[in-house]
Design a protein around this ligand. Structure first.
Ligand SMILES: [Zn+2]
Length: 676
């Protein structure tokens, strides 16, 4: 389902036997990298190429990846550390703690490919059988509820979330879902590449049905049916740009009103099966989607719905099914959609699944190994330095009037900082992890999470909870809680290096902190107040001015072409671009504050300010397949790496000054866009 909050993250990264081999902790990644620079390029012509050119030449995409950048280097390093932890704990050892039994046996079972092969499709059969056994459409809600609990993405998602207008309390929420492609537009685009992609998806669906035992003829017909159902769902879905608008995904209503939207689907029956705490009202993210789903169910025969549910169940289960299913899934989602050449080794996938399903159990050992208290203290200090810079910035903005400025400063002063890992670890004791039952563990983990979310309905929001696991190389701002969150996984080189000079750390983790703080004031975050409620705190005049300045970013990024004729979507990426631009600016201001008290000297032939900008750019050094570039531009809220660098520095006169760029240089944008 749509994870609305996480869209305010920094990026989307893209989820036999005890192998007793020793995996040692890999060496740290260098932060400021002289060998990455291509000195044949003029930094004022193309700064990204200058800072990353040699890195790109020397770091081709590994065959099991679709993109490769500094984020991935750190992600891989973290994965290797997690692998060491998991291999140690996967030995069947009676003295393991309860937490270590869970992560160890989960990983062991996932790695036990022989056992998975031996079971064949048996672990998914009970779910398929329940679908097949339906005799009447009235049974759909009950069966669908069971599938949702097990983790299938069919039709819609049901969960809890803070009430947008009373963010201290969690309410029930139903959101659009059930598609196999990353955005609704994929089902309607008529260019050759999109048509081909849909043909390949249909083939992939047919192949999967065949693997489950259908005849080729029936599998081909069934795949067409699935495409028909998903196209109908896509037609009534919001696209990703619309989903970023909180007012478009907030429709609080009673359960009775929800029922009126979809007479053909008995919600009571669905609720009887999933048993949420009782509630008076819920958020129906997209009422038109519910109406469309109703028409789909009412207007098609039961077999059509069964076929669609079978597909989404097999798709969700494929990672824990025999190799033939895994390979088939990779063929479409890895190769065709992303352009990767090889499937990631099993251990990487199993580390990822353990992190997804038991993140705060696995995270405990990761934090103990990688994140000393000094790192937490130093990060907190930097967050305070960045907050001071943003406060100064808001105080000085010429376009803002005193009333709005007062509100903005109030909101800033109330942002909470969460660093590294949760104060209180999640309790997994109710989740049973059985050695040798890979699929069962995955299903039970999904059920555990589903139930955990449901239990929150009607309860106060726990702001100490995390949306990301500790080893994650990412960060986020949560507009409903007004807090910034920096997992331990990103508080490492190349982002933060205890041995590096301030300029390098402010260009790295300083920019990341600035980026997340600025999310509180982007086109989306700025609609929420200091309490995290969807409430306008702007004077009409300031709001108009803000929208005008934001439009400058929309136009700027709309103009960037990433591959073939594919442009960045200026509106889809507006929040991230606002955060990138504001984030680097306040990181720069914070650096100047620090440099003001210490003498500035050149290191490696670069001034501190030059090192700051190079350090920032090198965080984004990336190679990616054309497929990945296309996918990202069409469906991701984050701009392409090259433009996350050049799009930002070209708006900063401070950059041009640091590198002595001439007035007509490509890296000087006229007029420069600036909001914060
Ligand atoms: Zn972001």
């Amino acid at each position: 389902m749509r994870r609305w909050l996480v869209t305010a993250g920094l990026l989307l990264l893209a989820a036999i036997c005890t192998m007793a081999q020793n995996v040692s902790t890999p060496s740290a990644i260098s932060s400021f990298d002289l060998t990455a620079i291509d000195k044949t390029v003029d930094p004022c012509e193309d700064f990204y190429q200058y800072a990353c050119g040699s890195w790109m030449k020397n770091n081709p995409i590994p065959p099991d990846q679709s993109s490769w950048g500094r984020f991935n280097e750190l992600h891989e390093r973290n994965q290797t550390i997690l692998r060491g932890i998991l291999e140690k704990q996967s030995a069947d050892n009676a003295s393991r703690s309860l937490v270590n039994q869970k992560i160890g046996d989960y990983y062991y079972s996932c790695m036990d490919e022989a056992a998975i092969e031996a079971k064949g499709t048996a672990p998914v059969k009970p779910y398929i059988n329940k679908i097949d056994a339906m005799k009447d459409k009235s049974e759909i809600p009950t069966v669908l509820a069971g599938l949702h609990r097990a983790g299938a993405n069919a039709f819609f998602g049901f969960s809890s979330q803070p009430d947008f207008k009373d963010s201290k309390v969690n309410i029930a929420t139903a959101d659009q879902g059930g598609l196999s492609l990353p955005d609704r537009d994929y089902y309607f685009k008529t260019d050759a590449k999109s048509v081909e992609l849909r043909e390949k998806l249909e083939k992939h669906i047919a192949n999967t049905f065949e693997l489950y035992g259908e005849s080729p003829a029936k599998a081909a017909v069934d795949a067409k049916t699935v495409m028909k159902v998903e196209t109908a769902l896509a037609k009534v879905s919001l696209d990703r740009t619309e989903q970023r608008d909180p007012t478009k995904v907030y429709h609080k209503m009673s359960a009775a009103d929800l029922q009126k939207l979809s007479p053909a689907f008995a919600w009571n029956q669905y609720f009887t099966t999933i048993q949420p705490p009782s509630f008076d009202s819920l958020n129906v993210g997209e009422p038109d989607f519910v109406k469309g789903m109703n028409e789909l169910i009412a207007g098609n025969d039961l077999d059509t719905v069964k076929t669609y549910l079978r597909w989404q169940t097999l798709r969700g289960a494929s990672s824990m099914l025999p190799k033939a299913f895994v390979d088939e899934d990779f063929e479409f989602y890895g190769k065709t959609l992303r352009g990767a050449k090889e499937l990631r080794p099993r251990w990487k996938r199993c580390v990822q699944y353990t992190d997804n399903d038991l993140g705060e159990a696995l995270g405990q050992a990761y934090v103990a190994e990688t994140f000393p208290p000094e790192a937490k203290a130093r990060t907190l200090q930097m967050v305070h330095e960045l907050e001071a810079a943003l406060k100064q910035d808001i105080g000085e903005l010429s376009w803002m009037t005193p009333d709005t400025r007062k509100q903005a400063l109030e909101k800033l002063s109330r942002i909470d900082n969460k660093i590294g890992y949760p104060d209180k670890w999640r309790d997994y004791s109710a989740l049973n992890i059985v050695r040798g039952d890979a699929m069962g563990n995955s299903v039970r983990a999904n059920q555990f999470e589903f139930n955990r979310q449901l239990k929150k309905i009607g309860m106060p929001v726990d702001r100490n909870e995390w949306e990301m696991t500790p080893p994650t190389v990412n960060a986020y701002y949560n507009p409903l809680e007004n807090n910034v969150n920096f997992p331990a996984g990103i508080l490492q080189p190349p982002f933060y290096d205890q041995k590096a000079d301030d300029a390098v750390n402010f260009g790295g983790i300083g920019m990341v902190i600035g980026h997340e703080l600025t999310h509180g004031f982007d086109d989306e975050g700025s609609q929420f107040d200091a309490d995290g409620n969807l409430k306008n705190w702007w004077t009409p005049q300031d709001k108009e001015q803000f929208d005008k300045l934001e439009q400058c970013f929309v136009n700027e990024y709309d103009s960037f072409v990433v591959v073939d004729d594919v442009h960045i979507k200026g509106k889809l990426t507006l929040g991230e671009n606002t955060a990138d631009n504001g984030g680097l600016r306040i990181a720069h201001m914070a650096l100047l504050d620090v440099l003001g008290t210490t003498p500035t000297k050149e290191i490696d032939g670069y001034t501190p300010e030059q090192r700051f900008f190079i350090s920032f750019a090198q965080v984004w050094c990336t190679n990616e397949t054309p497929q990945q570039t296309r996918l990202q531009a069409l469906s991701n809220e984050h701009s392409d790496a090259r433009f996350r660098v050049n799009g930002v520095v070209s708006n900063m006169p401070e950059f041009a000054k640091a590198f002595g760029c001439k007035a007509n240089s490509p890296m000087i944008r006229k007029p420069a866009c600036r909001v914060w």
